[in-house]
Design a protein around this ligand. Structure first.
Ligand SMILES: [Zn+2]
Length: 320
């Protein structure tokens, strides 16, 4: 890993990046972000770090909106050289507080996929509730269907979250009530500041400039877990709700969790029936636009080295 990093920076200093960049010039890098705020736990990108990333792509790449990339590709199968697209998922308030001012200052387009049912509802995402329960618990261990777990161990959140993804909403609620008992923490009625979501008014303000607001379902449930009326509510009612509030068409759908097993043919049929233009996932591939109902993206974390590997096309060389 350290050797890789040294070789990486030698390559950067000696101009080797130009070769990678040139090799990847027809490969659009669609970046996927979630949280940007000052945070010591490493769960969010610091606004200063995000500004540094955005300045770098503005200087060295062709940053366009997802909408523009897709419409150009649909028209003549062409992709502008050195294209980078910025997207954000979920609908947290920190987008309005930290991302929007930076994108406005730099005049960079960004797509924001919001979970329609959560806007202003004062509800919070269950993965965040899980984080809260583990953070505030004084207990050392808990027993779960996956065995005994240490509350403060690094991977505990992930192990429990993975288990929750396999449960129906009802089963997950039962599981959470047992977790609260075991961890001796009660979830507050009010959403804590860190997990606040945007309001319709803020979305309306942003959608009038450089931000495209698109849909990330109604309740952030996995699309592979719903069908029939429930699927229509997640895909179609969510779209109508955003359109009614913003008075603008919604054309993009971002699959919650976004891995290959998290959506299926029935999901895609529902998207087509609701007149979406595309569906977007949460993993990268060598040909991001090959399937317009499974557009692929690069998750971006807090590591600047990994960010540079993505934007200069070094990660591209490892994809199939
Ligand atoms: Zn999400």
């Amino acid at each position: 890993m350290i050797l890789n990093k040294i070789l990486f920076y030698i390559s950067k200093m000696s101009g080797g990046f130009h070769v990678f960049k040139w090799l990847a010039r027809h490969h659009p890098r669609i970046l996927m972000y979630h949280r940007v705020f000052p945070d010591a736990s490493g769960r969010a990108i610091h606004p200063d770090e995000f500004l540094k990333q955005m300045k770098q792509i503005k200087q060295q790449f062709n940053v366009i909106s997802l909408k523009a990339l897709i419409s150009q590709y649909k028209q003549n199968k062409s992709i502008p050289e050195n294209t980078i697209v910025v997207t954000f998922d979920d609908g947290y308030l920190d987008f309005y507080d930290h991302v929007y001012p930076i994108m406005r200052e730099l005049e960079l387009p960004v797509t924001f996929f919001v979970t329609a049912g959560f806007v202003e509802q004062r509800l919070w995402f269950w993965p965040d509730q899980l984080r809260y329960l583990l953070d505030y618990s004084q207990e050392k261990t808990i027993s779960t269907p996956m065995g005994g777990l240490e509350v403060k161990a690094q991977n505990t959140w992930e192990v429990i979250a993975d288990h929750c993804l396999t449960l129906t909403q009802l089963k997950r609620e039962e599981f959470f009530s047992d977790l609260q008992t075991q961890l001796k923490v009660i979830l507050p009625d009010e959403v804590p500041d860190e997990y606040q979501l945007v309001s319709w008014e803020q979305l309306k303000e942003m959608s009038s400039s450089i931000v495209d607001i698109e849909c990330h379902s109604m309740s952030h449930i996995l699309m592979s877990q719903v069908s029939g009326d429930a699927l229509i509510q997640e895909v179609s009612d969510s779209k109508s709700l955003i359109e009614a509030h913003l008075q603008q068409p919604v054309k993009g759908f971002c699959y919650p969790n976004g891995l290959p097993d998290d959506f299926n043919d029935e999901t895609v049929n529902a998207l087509q029936a609701a007149e979406y233009d595309y569906g977007i996932t949460a993993y990268p591939s060598a040909r991001p636009l090959e399937d317009i109902w499974g557009i692929t993206r690069y998750p971006i974390g807090t590591n600047f080295y990994e960010f540079e590997k993505v934007i200069y096309g070094i990660r591209y060389q490892t994809l199939s």
